[in-house]
Ligand binder design. Sequence first.
Ligand code: NAI
Length: 246
Amino acid sequence: MAKTALVTGSARGIGRAICEQLVADGTAQNIVVCDVKKEWCEETVAALRAMGAQAEALEINVADGKSVEAGIAEAVRLFGSLDIVVNNAGITRDGLLVRMTEEDWDAVLNINLKGAFLVTREAAKIMMRARSGSIVNIASVVGLMGNAGQANYTASKGGLMSLTKTCARELGGRGIRVNAVAPGFIKSKMTDVLPDAVKQKMLDVIPMKKFGEVSDIAKAVSFLAGDKAEYITGQVLSVNGGMLMP
Ligand code: NAI
């Protein structure tokens, strides 16, 4: 039977690559592309349809409980089921701890951590009834190791990995698996803006001496989301070129 996947923040970047990989691998055939604005999703939807998938765009602000509730309900209405959810939406608002504003702390925690909680809570209700489902959360290597200037972001990603493990424990008996992927430094709009000196510093500590591609993350997500990982839950899979070996 065709599987339906919903990927948050999938208008571009890693989220878009995840949607395409899920289709390319046959992990899902119906894709719900969602982002803060519906129109931002058009390119991803067109690319997925060109690959032969059923794809629809939805406007979901993951930090807003009402938006999430309505979005998940609409996804189920569109495709009749919800088998895979990827919590990918995320932002950075970097700054040193002593200068970090409460606003920047809240913005990052609300989207990166509370957003994943809200989406997982609504999706779990659907998946529990179906007694099956797979959720993948996009964390980060810095959530494991810490990073100066990213108190808010690292806390959100560390929290997301803990949330992953708790959800795996709560939902495992209902046939729902919950895992995380922790990307290292991946070429995307999020990292394009970093100064060259910072990029060089990162390269120096990556044994593979190159940055990752969005497809590297997408392949790991598609594996964890799909049936090949049917006995894997509560795990954090690092995809970082060897940057951190926990
Ligand atoms: P990106 O900035 O290119 O994409 C993020 C997407 O999330 C955008 O489409 C944005 O509109 C969407 N988004 C932002 N706020 C949202 C909200 N409230 N509701 C719904 N969608 C929202 O970033 P990228 O690189 O593709 O990142 C994707 C995920 O991967 C993020 O969670 C990020 O933290 C994580 N990540 C990225 C790394 C990298 O090196 N690029 C490294 C480690 C983790």
